[in-house]
Each structure stands twice: as C-alpha cells, then as structure tokens.
Ligand binder design. Structure first.
Ligand code: GAR
Length: 214
C-alpha cells in the first residue's frame, strides 16, 4: 500500500510523535514518518525518533535574525523530505503566513483545548480558571491565524474537582494520543480535505469544532 510521506515537527517531549510512531508501526497504517525536525536541540522527541531509525534534523531558531529567515530555512529543510503531510506535534513556534501558505491543506496541528476555545498558551489553566466542566484537544488544519484553522477532530475530557493544571494536561494528552493518529489516518486516506478555507470529511462539511470522536 502507498503510505504518505509525513514530516513531524516538534519542540519538546514528543509524546504525540510517539503515538504517531506507534501507529505507523502497523503495516496497514497509511502513513510513514520520513523525518522529525526540532527547533530545540535537546528535545526528547529526537531520541524517540532515533530509537526507531527515523531521520532527524535540528534547526535551532535562536541564531536567526528574523522569523521570516527561520521559516524560509525550515521550509527548505522540510522540503528535502518531499512530504505529503507536515504534522506539528508540540511545535511551539508561530509560523509565518508564507510558510503556512506553502503547506496549506497539508499541514496539521494538535492543540490542547476544545477549539475555538483557548487558542494560544496555558490552555489547561484557562479552562480551570473559567470553571469549565469539560476540556479537551483538537486537531485542525493550519492556516495563518494562530490555532484558528478549521477543526477536524476533537476529543473531550471531564474537568474534575481538585484538578490541577498538571493533572488536566495529562488527562488531555491521553486523548491527544488517540485523535492525532486517527486524524493522520483519515488525511492519508483522502478523507480530510481543506477546500476554500473549509474542512470536509468524505466530501461533507465538518461541523464547527470538528468531528467529536471521544
Ligand atoms: C501537547 O499537549 C500539544 O497539544 C501542545 O503541546 C504538547 C506537546 O506535547 N501543543 C500546543 O500547545 C500547540 N499550540 P508532546 O511534545 O508530548 O507531544
């Protein structure tokens, strides 16, 4: 079977990367990871990739004078691997419109909130402070607006009395590890498509917030 070429971008632990590596180990999974790129030299996710023989690259953002210069080099490095899909898995950088446009419709991100709630940082803390009863994670197409691209898949978790930011983050992560491999599978199967700024699942418009799977 044809497996789509996937490049994964990380900045840290790479537990979502691990979930994707695990999914890709199944012969019938329709994606393969051809490279993992980190903007942080010490990111633990790099070890995870290396343990599975996946090529890695480090592109430290710090020596670059501008965001534009970094993103131009990042695009060059990504394109060395000729990806069908670029997956942001805890890649903690704001991307320039030029980079995003280049991968429009073939770049996914996972965000730890039920988008459109809580784009940006500190999502777990913000959900707790708001007194929400549920929280979750969303996979979306990347568009120039930060965490603002059309949601594709989301999963929710309850917020329980006594939850701290750390407890809630762990609970959400367990869901992230389920929905990201699923979204990548659907993308690889041609089921998820971005058309004129809107997301479709099997040619049907995806409702606001994305397909709820858990
Ligand atoms: C995940 O919770 C992911 O949703 C979040 O960073 C964490 C990375 O964990 N991403 C963002 O906040 C992007 N806006 P991981 O490195 O263990 O996969």
């Amino acid at each position: 079977m044809k497996k789509i070429r996937t490049v994964v971008l990380i900045s840290g632990s790479g537990s979502n990367l691990q979930a994707l590596i695990d999914a890709c180990s199944y012969p019938d999974y329709p994606a393969q990871i051809v490279a993992v790129i980190s903007n942080r030299p010490g990111a633990f996710g790099l070890n995870r990739a290396q343990q599975h023989g996946i090529p890695t690259a480090v592109l430290d953002h710090r020596p670059f004078a501008t965001r534009e210069a970094f993103d131009a080099e990042l695009q060059r490095v990504i394109d060395c691997y000729a990806p069908d899909l670029v997956v942001l898995a805890g890649f903690m950088r704001i991307l320039t419109p030029t980079l995003v446009s280049h991968y429009l419709g073939r770049m996914l991100n996972i965000h730890p909130s039920l988008l459109p709630l809580y784009p940006g940082l500190h999502t777990h803390q913000r959900a707790l402070e708001a007194g929400d009863s549920e929280h979750g994670a969303t996979v979306h197409f990347v568009t120039p607006e930060l965490d603002g691209g059309p949601p594709l898949v989301h999963a929710s978790v309850p917020i329980e009395a006594g939850d701290t930011e750390e407890i809630l983050a762990k609970r959400v992560l367990t869901r992230e590890h389920m929905i990201y491999p699923l979204a990548v599978r659907w993308f690889a199967e041609g089921k998820l498509v971005l058309k004129d700024g809107k997301a479709f699942f099997e040619d049907r418009p995806i409702p606001a917030g994305g397909v709820r799977v858990i």
